[in-house]
Design a protein around this ligand. Structure first.
Ligand code: ADP
Ligand code: ZN
Length: 436
């Protein structure tokens, strides 16, 4: 398929817009022809009267149908496969956060391309072969494990494939082997820091320089809190199994939006209701087409993730456009008393308080036909002065700030440190016990 350039500081990373556009046209045309070899897309194209050879440039993308998670489920296990199954080398699935997991099949070229993109992300942050990288992400089918692993190895880092959990061992490994970079979910990184503080230890003493955090939405406030606790720089990492996994979009040292590798993914932002493109800078649903996939190309995949393209150029000089921090998935939006609320709006308020820890739960119930929202937070062990007065003030303050944020009264429960369930992977922030 599309020829790979396996040098990490590759010509693709520093392409001009013009070169990128030319490359995208060629890669898209090849992708559509390749997709037409699969039973799924050949049937879809036939039904819609689409001649795959007529797709010649990114502007033609609107002639093609969207692909949804449901389509991936319907075509499971091999409906979108375009090559001889004997040439496959790997299977991955999504985490199944919102239902049945989807399966993605990879050829050798696909795995190579993924590793290259991932290495490009890591190198962009300033990491290099001298770094020691501890991967706290789940291995196995989940893409955060092997995805980061292959990228970090390609960069020549020493990789510690610790996997998630066993916090005491994580800390010991980083200390004993002088870990300089970690990959985790933001909620787990927060948990590790809080555990250390509870035990009278200081996360800064680990000497970690860079943290690659993603796989779940988090706020700028959470980033700032983590950076302060550890003294490292946090780089937001975005990806999804359907588009390989991590390595799709990553922050550069500017830490202002994630460069999405446009030589590998054609990006659209659409209004999730009308499916029409939104204006530049406007929030909508991210839609992506693989441009370098061989075994299982996916066309116009509706990610359900809400974001926008940041206008303007990045001072770093890379022309690959930047995605703003994800607000969440369209299905993460809560409707409480008729008001649309994203968990990230609640998180933003919580993270501003130094006496409150980084873990929280949003509990929804119904009382006399009225939605009730209770937000449970924990005191931060290192900061709390131990007085009841402080707790009372905190509760009142949070209550006021959350009412300003969402427009209705929210119940607040302030708990002892370590009371809420800790997350090792994607945190479950919302418990919805309303009856419909
Ligand atoms: P699942 O869709 O079952 O969770 P994946 O493991 O493929 O399976 O997860 C991909 C999803 O994780 C993305 O679609 C997105 O919702 C979320 N995600 C990944 N990285 C980030 C990030 N940096 N910020 C916000 N959400 C993220
Ligand atoms: Zn940049």
């Amino acid at each position: 398929m599309v020829e790979l350039d396996d040098k990490i500081g590759s010509r693709f990373e520093w392409m001009s817009r013009g070169e990128l556009a030319e490359w995208q046209s060629e890669a898209l045309a090849k992708t559509v022809l390749q997709a037409a070899k699969s039973p799924w897309y050949s049937a879809v194209f036939r039904k819609m009267g689409i001649d795959p050879a007529s797709i010649k440039s990114p502007e033609d993308i609107v002639k093609l149908p969207f692909t949804t998670k449901e389509d991936l489920r319907l075509s499971y296990p091999t409906g979108m496969l375009t090559i001889d199954p004997e040439d496959l080398i790997r299977l991955h699935t999504s985490s199944g956060t919102t239902g049945t997991p989807t399966a993605i099949l990879h050829s050798r070229a696909d795995i190579d391309c993924w590793a290259e993109l991932m290495a490009r992300c890591l190198a962009m942050t300033g990491a290099n072969s001298k770094d020691v990288f501890q991967n706290m992400s789940g291995y196995g089918m989940f893409t955060g494990g092997l995805g980061l692993h292959y990228g970090a190895e390609r960069l020549g880092m020493m990789v510690i494939p610790a996997g998630p959990g066993n916090t005491a061992r994580q800390i010991k490994l980083i200390r004993d082997f002088h870990g300089t970079c970690i990959h985790a979910t933001p909620s787990y990184a927060m948990h590790v820091a809080e555990r250390m503080i509870q035990e009278g230890d200081d996360p800064k003493s680990l000497g970690i320089k860079r943290a690659f955090l993603g796989a779940e939405p988090y706020t700028e406030e959470m980033r700032l809190k983590l950076q302060e606790l550890y003294g490292f720089k946090v780089f937001n990492s975005y990806g999804l199994s359907e588009m390989n996994g991590p390595g799709v979009a990553f922050e550069c040292p500017e830490q202002n939006g994630m460069h999405v590798w446009e030589d590998a993914f054609l990006v659209e932002i659409v209004n999730p209701e009308t499916l029409e493109p939104v204006a530049e800078g406007e929030v909508g649903e991210l839609v992506m087409t693989t441009l370098r996939r061989e075994a299982m190309p996916i066309i116009r995949y509706r990610t359900r993730d809400l974001t926008c393209i940041l206008p303007g150029e990045c001072p770093c000089g890379r022309v690959h456009r930047r995605l703003a921090r994800m607000t969440g998935r369209s299905d993460d939006m809560l409707i409480v008393r008729g008001v649309n609320v994203f968990p990230s709006q609640i998180e933003e308020v919580i993270m501003r308080h130094k006496w409150i820890g980084g873990n929280y739960v949003i509990h929804l119930t119904k009382a006399e036909a009225l939605d009730q929202m209770t937000v449970r937070v924990e005191l931060a062990k290192g900061e709390f002065d131990g007085s009841i007065e402080t707790v009372r003030n905190l509760r009142a303050q949070l209550h006021k700030e959350l009412r300003e944020q969402v427009g209705f009264n929210v119940n607040i429960e302030v708990l002892e440190p370590g009371s809420l369930p800790a997350s090792e992977g994607k945190a479950k922030r919302v418990i919805d016990e309303r009856e419909y």
